[in-house]
Design a protein around this ligand. Structure first.
Ligand code: SIN
Length: 540
């Protein structure tokens, strides 16, 4: 396995205090909070709004209703997380969430108003109370993205688009400890070809690059979400934890058996407003499965749908239906972008059943970090979906992620403005470099969807392992360096770690479901660390 992405030699170097990789809610919040005191460069491999934040529909979870309580939100988050949450982190997130909503409002975010003139709240799976703040009906992420984009530019953060963070620069402190000294960056043209390569030296590198939904053939995530930051951290030897817990959203719009890439999300808020899941034979999917029925936590709904599809009711084994007709004409104004996605494929959600299926949605694991972003590697910070802070455990509670991005992002930025790690010069880097040819990406994604999806069987995991080993043999230093080959290599790196962790965890818990070990086991109420890009597992 290559320990570095192959690229042309660097021809420039710049220095800053803090470099942030990624431009979703988390990365922008870091930059905004650090900027008043620090010189901050924020790089993103695409345009600022190309990541997952822009696509988030449901909203941000926060206790704003006087009839709700912090304790309720903590309890719901811990229950969804299936025994692997860090309660201190959960409590911190939940307690700071209402402030984060007020902060975004002050920055200009226009959240949908409720009947009482306050902020409207809705419900999603796993929540015992209405506490999801939304904007533009189902365009909550877009409102957060726009608000933070404008604030970051106004604050004077240096933003560099089409800049790909390749690998961390590593040096050593006086005690001989490995430390992050900056990041090597490829500047790309609009086609993703490399224009130049250079080094940004920095006291702190913050990874906020999101998850890796594109490792699967079908995902709610946009094309840019390829696990770049997690792969870069793995190659540098940072601790990666809980990577087997991939949350599958129960309902993306099903448009045919061969649909690949980003699929239109049908927000859980649609079920929050009363929609019900049926199979093709007209039987309810969630009746008798869980006390919260269609609003059960997401892992339970996705697994129930997958099981029902495998039984092929009325001969249909690849989708079920969402009946949202009870919402009536209000559907169009409450869910404008979902309405538009449905109409494109000839479905009118006011009158028709919506065909839906689960798809990869959120990485609950990632770079091990606390809510101030501190990781196992000095000088490396991680935040948002790229990080694993213990807030989500084995299954994230709906709409806790945008909230985490803003809460943790602001905490990381604030803490970096208070103090920075020491200045370290990069040492000579003699790690082996290579790239996976971009055209092999389809095989990788197909294998992951077939064998490492909602339900994971032992022979499927073995088959995925074998395919990945074959792909590793194709990694070569002479492959042309482009955005596509960087991404393909990063996807392979995270896939190797994911398959190793999913194979090692011989139980079913949260969003990791094994067909051969169908129960959660007390001895597995612990985390798995992956600390090597080859997928070496260290149980904690
Ligand atoms: C949704 O709107 O269903 C997605 C919200 C989330 O993933 O938190």
């Amino acid at each position: 396995m290559a320990k570095r992405l192959a690229s042309p030699e660097p021809t420039w170097e710049i220095d800053t205090d803090v470099v942030v990789l990624g431009s979703g809610a988390a990365g922008l919040s870091v930059a905004l909070a650090a900027r008043p005191v620090r010189d901050v460069i924020l790089i993103t491999k695409d345009t600022l709004d190309a990541g997952s934040t822009q696509w988030a529909q449901g909203g941000l979870a926060a206790v704003l209703d006087p009839d709700d309580s912090i304790e309720n939100h903590v309890r719901d988050t811990l229950a969804a997380g299936a025994g692997l949450c860090n309660e201190v982190a959960v409590r911190t997130l939940v307690t700071e969430a209402p402030t984060a909503i007020r902060y975004l409002s002050r920055l200009g975010a226009a959240f949908d108003p409720g009947d009482d003139g306050g902020i409207a709240l809705t419900r999603e799976g796993g929540h015992s109370h209405d506490r999801i703040v939304h904007a533009g009906g189902d365009q909550s992420g877009a409102e957060v993205q726009k608000t933070l984009d404008e604030s970051v530019r106004h604050a004077g953060v240096r933003v560099v688009e089409h800049a790909f963070g390749l690998d961390l620069l590593i040096g050593y402190n006086a005690q001989g400890h490995r430390c992050v000294a900056g990041v090597r960056v490829a500047l790309l043209d609009e086609n993703g070809d490399v224009q130049s390569v250079g080094d940004i030296t920095a006291r702190a590198v913050v990874v906020a690059t999101g998850g890796f939904g594109q490792v699967y053939a079908s995902t709610s995530n946009p094309p840019a979400v390829t696990g770049d930051g997690i792969a870069l951290a793995l190659r540098a030897g940072a601790e990666i934890v809980d990577i087997e817990f991939i949350q599958f959203h129960p309902t993306v719009l099903w448009t045919g058996p061969d649909a690949t890439g980003q699929q239109a999300l049908i927000s859980e808020a649609v079920r929050g407003e009363g929609a019900i899941l049926f199979d093709a034979a007209g039987e309810r999917v969630m009746k008798g499965v869980h006390s919260q029925e269609d609003l059960a936590p997401r892992d339970i709904v996705a697994a129930a749908i997958s099981k029902r599809m495998s039984e092929s009711p009325a001969g249909v084994d690849d989708h079920v239906f969402l009946d949202a007709r009870s919402i009536g004409a209000r559907f169009v104004t409450r869910f404008p972008s979902i309405t538009a996605s449905c109409l494109v494929v000839g479905i009118n959600p006011v009158q028709d059943l919506i065909p839906v299926a689960p798809a990869a949605h959120y990485a609950c694991g990632g770079i091990r970090a606390d809510l101030d972003g501190v990781t196992s590697l000095i000088g490396l910070f991680a935040v948002g979906e790229a990080a694993c802070t213990g807030v989500h455990g084995a299954n994230r509670l709906a709409s806790n992620s945008l909230t985490e991005g803003v809460v943790a992002g602001t905490r990381v930025g604030r803490s970096l403005s208070w103090s920075l790690p020491e200045n370290i010069r990069p040492a000579e880097d003699d790690r082996v470099s290579g790239l996976l040819p971009a055209e092999l990406r389809a095989e990788l994604r197909g294998t992951m969807s077939k064998h490492v999806g909602v339900l994971r069987a032992p022979d499927g995991l073995r088959s995925a392992h074998d395919t990945l080993q074959r792909l590793l043999d194709k990694v070569d230093a002479d492959v042309v360096a482009t955005r596509r080959s960087f991404e393909a290599t990063n996807l392979l790196t995270v896939a190797v770690a994911l398959v190793a962790a999913a194979t090692a965890r011989t139980e079913s818990r949260g969003c990791h479901r094994r067909t051969d070990f169908t129960q959660a086991l007390p001895e597995w109420q612990r985390h798995l660390l992956v600390i090597d890009a080859d997928g070496t597992i260290t149980p904690q």
